[in-house]
Ligand binder design. Structure first.
Ligand code: PLP
Length: 382
């Protein structure tokens, strides 16, 4: 179906880590005749949507499936951890940032036995330590980590962590919310059993639809694991889909229409071209920050290519809030950091934007620094 755009919607450039800037065709894809999602017509849409979500990570649709949930991205972490742990076993969270800490908190809330293996937020996990913990704790049945720690922008070595998990007989779940449909992923080669994302990030659609892509055999095996949540159980949702083609409870109908359009646009742009565009945007962000003298937190070679965490300058005139408001009024959204020990702000390369948007942003950002008397190049005391 061709989407008509009856008028141009005011375009905002979102440099926050999701939701992202969307195209008008994706926005207007939500305007559809009312439909009950229990109709066969809607079920047909969901079937191809579920297959596309597997194909985006190059999964074989016999071996891998996708399971949809109504909610923001955190619902996926909740579902994976509470559903995939057998009785009497433990979870290992390889934790070097805010999103893996969220996974640890989920374990705590459900009372799931777990090991919180912490590493500094500005360093990649030490694989030798991960292996040692796996070796010493044969009751670990599930290893979880985050691909791109969106709090800092560090890229974690998931293929290597996945290989270790498998060597010690554990299932590997990865929070790929801030890489899926941006940085290319190959589910099988990357040793992933389950990855996850939501429609409002890499796919450039809207909040309300989240999905887990993973191994059918493991989901089927989890049928006999303890049921710890009624709404957020992976097997129950999967099983209902397989039997009826529908979500167990009411799906986010309009968001699904928008996501289907967004996937159409994803295939049209192409995996490689899209990643090249995100990379252009990311490089333009670095160029702009470098020109103003900003420092970032994560070593360049370890960044995932999507999120830059810049350190607040040591200038009494610097105010994130004021600069934010100045940019926001002009259509650009910047975002606070998520590191407890350092004051940072983030600029992200998600969404339907390109390098010219970043140049336009930096012109406005520079005006804001001048207006509030922040010296350029920015100052750092140490
Ligand atoms: C955005 C994001 C999530 C989901 O956060 P919500 O606030 O629930 O949308 C989870 N993990 C990562 C790595 C993310 O970037």
């Amino acid at each position: 179906m061709e989407i008509k755009v009856p008028y141009k919607v005011k375009r905002n450039v979102l440099l926050n880590p999701g939701p992202s800037t969307t195209t008008d065709t994706v926005k207007f894809a939500q305007i559809v005749p009312d439909i009950c999602p229990r109709e066969a017509e809607f079920g047909g849409l969901m079937k191809s949507l579920r297959e596309d979500l597997v194909k985006i990570v190059h999964g074989d649709t016999e071996k891998y499936t996708s399971v949809l949930f109504c909610g923001s991205g955190t619902v996926n972490i909740d579902v994976c951890l509470n559903s995939l742990l057998p009785e009497g076993k433990r979870i290992l969270v390889v934790n070097n940032g805010a999103y893996s800490t969220r996974a640890v908190e989920i374990c705590e809330y459900y009372g799931l036995p777990h090991i919180d293996l912490q590493f500094p937020v500005d360093e990649r996990p030490d694989l030798a330590k991960v292996e040692q913990v796996l070796k010493e704790n044969p009751d670990i049945a599930l290893v979880h980590t985050t691909h791109n720690e969106t709090g800092t922008g560090i890229l974690n070595p998931i293929r290597e962590i996945g290989a270790l998990a498998h060597k010690y007989g554990a299932v590997f779940t990865v929070d790929t919310t801030s890489t899926y449909a941006m940085r290319p992923i190959d589910i099988e080669r990357d040793n992933i059993d389950f990855c996850m994302a939501s429609a409002q990030k890499g796919l450039m659609a809207f909040t309300g639809l989240s999905f887990i892509v993973g191994n059918r055999g493991i989901i089927e095996k989890s049928a006999g694991y303890p049921k710890r949540s009624y709404y957020c159980n992976l097997f129950l949702q999967y099983d209902f889909f397989e039997r009826t083609g529908e979500m167990h409870f009411t799906p986010p109908v309009q968001t699904i229409y928008a996501t289907i359009q967004a996937i159409k646009e994803y295939w049209a742009e192409g995996e490689e071209a899209k990643w090249a565009r995100h990379t252009r945007v990311f490089n333009a962000i670095h160029e702009g920050l470098d020109a103003l003298g900003f420092k970032d937190v994560i070593k360049r070679g370890e960044q995932a290519g999507l999120v830059v965490s810049a350190i607040y300058p040591d200038d009494p005139n610097w105010s994130f809030e004021k600069v934010h408001d100045y940019c926001y009024e002009r259509g650009f959204t910047i975002y606070p950091g998520k590191i407890s020990t350092t004051n940072t702000f983030r600029l992200c390369a998600l969404g339907a934007i390109d390098e010219q948007d970043i140049r336009d942003f930096f012109a406005v950002f520079r005006e804001a620094l001048d207006k509030y008397g922040v010296s350029v190049p920015v100052r750092y005391d140490s």
